[in-house]
Design a protein. Structure first.
Length: 254
């Protein structure tokens, strides 16, 4: 899978470490980031698992924020679509992780589904003053909501659902955003692009996200790929890749 990603032109991956539950997966991405110098990691508790989070998990997150390969906390946020955890508990865990990110001076990766009003209100009250910003992972909201994120120094990340025929509204949003504030991702193993619907998604497919953005922006795919790669590296303060063409970057994936 990683070989296919490299062959497709992926030069940097941000592997999301929230995993499937906080009991065992808070540090799920770190072993990969330790093994490959082109993979970075996050740590955090997904809103689905908020009800399972304990003080021990938050202590583990605090410790892991000092790991040299951890560059963000998340994915965190609110999910009112599935409601796997009570909404009040989701909000509490969300705020607690924002506090940890402030203390660690790390940006955040936000998961938000059917909860944009509450999510943005919490970010504007608890997070905006930090100036640290973050990533709206797998963005699916409106242009107005994206602009509220931009005002808080957020990057807007698009996944392969931008290739779906019914997602014209999302393509319209992508067309209007400043090009230096967008990212590409896959959310692997979920949300395979339209050409691979029903199959497991993987980082190499980020090429199709770049192509979709290139189409709506009327730009060459390589230009979109290079721009989103530069956006990612600039936001996180990472050095450019040397010696190889940096065609695209992949942010996300559980």
């Amino acid at each position: 899978m990683l070989d296919r990603a490299r062959e497709a032109g992926v030069r940097t991956v941000l592997a999301i470490g929230s995993g499937t539950s906080p009991e065992e997966r808070v540090d799920a991405a770190i072993p990969f980031a330790e093994q490959y110098d082109w993979i970075y990691a996050t740590v955090g508790v997904h809103p689905h698992d908020a009800k399972a989070a304990t003080d021990e998990h938050f202590a583990q997150i605090e410790k892991l924020t000092h790991h040299p390969r951890v560059i963000a906390i998340g994915e965190m946020g609110l999910d009112y679509y599935y409601d796997h955890s009570p909404r009040a508990v989701q909000q509490q865990v969300f705020r607690r992780q924002l506090a940890q990110a402030r203390a660690a001076k790390l940006p955040v990766v936000i998961h938000c589904r059917d909860a944009w009003a509450d999510c943005l209100d919490i970010l504007e009250s608890d997070w905006k003053p930090s100036g640290l910003g973050g990533i709206f992972h797998c963005f699916t909201a409106t242009l107005d909501e994206a602009r509220r994120g931009l005002d808080m120094n957020f990057m807007i990340s698009f996944a392969a659902n931008i290739t779906y025929p019914k997602m014209q509204l999302l393509r319209d949003v992508a067309r209007e955003l400043p090009i230096d504030r967008i990212l590409t991702e896959t959310d692997s193993p979920f949300l395979s692009p339209q050409s691979r619907r029903g199959k497991r998604n993987e980082p190499a497919n980020v090429v199709e996200v770049a192509q979709a953005l290139a189409t709506v922006r009327n730009l060459p795919r390589d230009e979109i790929a290079a721009q989103t790669a530069a956006n990612f590296r600039g936001f996180f303060g990472l050095n450019p890749v040397r010696g190889v063409p940096e065609l695209n970057q992949e942010s996300g994936g559980n």
